[in-house]
Ligand binder design. Structure first.
Ligand SMILES: *Cc1c(COP(=O)(O)O)cnc(C)c1O
Length: 395
């Protein structure tokens, strides 16, 4: 099993058949489990017998999902969560205490920004956000009391690329644990553990489901971290993944690599189309040579990813008006804040996902009023291109 290729592991990894020998992964919709004797229950609670006790602690369908993702990531251990934000929060909250310091990149998903700038500080954790692309900024911020480093690369929605190897090295020099939000890249395109990261978090809601059906999340890392630090936190705070959602995510993983690669093909083609459109002042995709960190993206990622951004021309209020006009003129691409879906989705980050962040903080990470984020779906790429061009031509 360990020498299976990634494609095989995505279809068969973690499969654990019941005595009925079903082909597809079994869906164990059960909250609890029964014991053959009172002694067995006692032994299970003492930890002397390794078995399922309660689905907040573990469930066979959830375990299959965790194992499949663990194999794909190449991690020692994995725990699933109810959503990506539960994964992000637990990965941090399980290791910090009052007085600790966390350093994070400034270009963060909106809710991650709230955790770092509002929730953790309220608990006495000192946090500092830095310009993630500047290694000098990391160097300055990484003081010896830094307990954890948190970053996403590529970032949502600015698609900044952060040097994983260098930041991990600097963070480890001060004894900090490095947590990477790998949601935009997906485990198919980037493996942060290979660059020295300690912990990887996912929103399985995005590419792993990839078909707009369920929320889900996961945290991966060493057995020590997962069983020693994270597991007690998750078991007792309770953001467990529903077995039904785990089953949906297992089926999503079977086609994950096929979908992500097909979406990358289309994103690369669309980057070329958008780059030349006169209504746009900027197009950004990590797989396009115009990206400011193109070389770094090539080093860290197998491909540039499924998401790109483009910025319509216009000053002041006109930028937002023009961006809205383009979005409203789209006939195929839907307006929705999800990403990694089989349907092409556009969003206006400044007024939706990143609305809670101050205009100054938005400007610092390149989220302008003219910027539109496109998550490229699985439709025919010529249909997507035609839709985008006709909408942009209305300006
Ligand atoms: C969507 C997303 C999350 C949160 O995941 P949910 O499943 O919605 O809770 C966190 N980080 C990034 C970068 C995301 O895109």
């Amino acid at each position: 099993m360990s020498d299976w290729s990634e494609a095989t592991a995505l279809v068969r990894g973690g499969l654990s058949r019941s005595p009925f020998d079903e082909t597809a992964e079994a869906l164990y919709l059960t909250s609890g489990y029964v014991y053959s004797s009172a002694e067995e229950a006692e032994a299970a609670f003492k930890g002397e017998r390794d078995r399922y006790i309660y689905s907040r602690y573990g469930n066979p369908t959830v375990s299959m999902f965790e194992e499949r993702l663990r194999i794909l990531e190449g991690a020692e251990a994995c725990m699933a969560t109810a959503s990506g934000m539960a994964a992000v929060y637990a990965s941090l909250a399980s290791i910090v205490k009052a007085g600790d310091r966390v350093v994070a990149s400034r270009a963060l998903f909106g809710s991650c920004h709230v955790i770092l700038t509002e929730i953790l500080p309220r608990m006495g954790v000192e946090t500092e956000l830095v310009d993630g692309v500047s290694l000098a900024a990391w160097e300055r911020a990484l003081t010896p009391n830094t307990r954890a480093v948190f970053l996403e690369t590529p970032s949502n929605p600015g698609l900044e690329i952060i040097d994983l190897g260098s930041v991990c090295e600097m963070a480890h020099a001060v004894g900090a644990t490095v947590i990477i939000d790998n949601i935009f890249a997906s485990p198919v395109l980037q493996k942060p553990l290979e660059f020295g990261a300690d912990v990887v978090v996912y929103s399985a809601t995005k590419h792993i489901d990839g078909q707009g059906r369920t929320l889900g999340g996961a945290v991966l890392g060493t057995s020590d971290y997962i069983s020693g630090t994270l597991m007690p936190f998750l078991r007792h705070t309770g953001p467990s993944l529903s077995p039904f959602n785990a089953w949906v995510l297992l089926k999503g993983m079977e086609t994950l690599s096929l979908r992500v690669n097909a979406m990358c093909d289309s994103a690369e083609h669309l980057a070329g189309v958008l780059e030349e459109h006169p209504s746009l002042s900027r197009m950004r995709h990590p797989g396009h040579s115009s990206h400011p960190q193109f070389a770094l993206a090539q080093k860290q990622m197998k491909r540039g990813g499924t998401i790109l951004t483009f910025t319509v021309r216009g000053e002041g209020d006109a930028a937002k008006t023009n961006a809205f006009a383009v979005m409203n003129a789209l006939a195929l691409c839907d307006i929705s804040n999800n990403v990694g879906d089989s349907k092409s989705l556009v969003t206006h980050p400044a007024t939706t996902t990143h609305r809670r962040i101050s205009p100054e903080a938005r400007a610092a990470v390149g989220i302008t009023d003219g910027m539109i984020r496109l998550s490229v779906g699985l439709e025919d790429v010529e249909d997507i291109a035609q839709d985008l061009v006709q909408a942009l031509d209305t300006l």
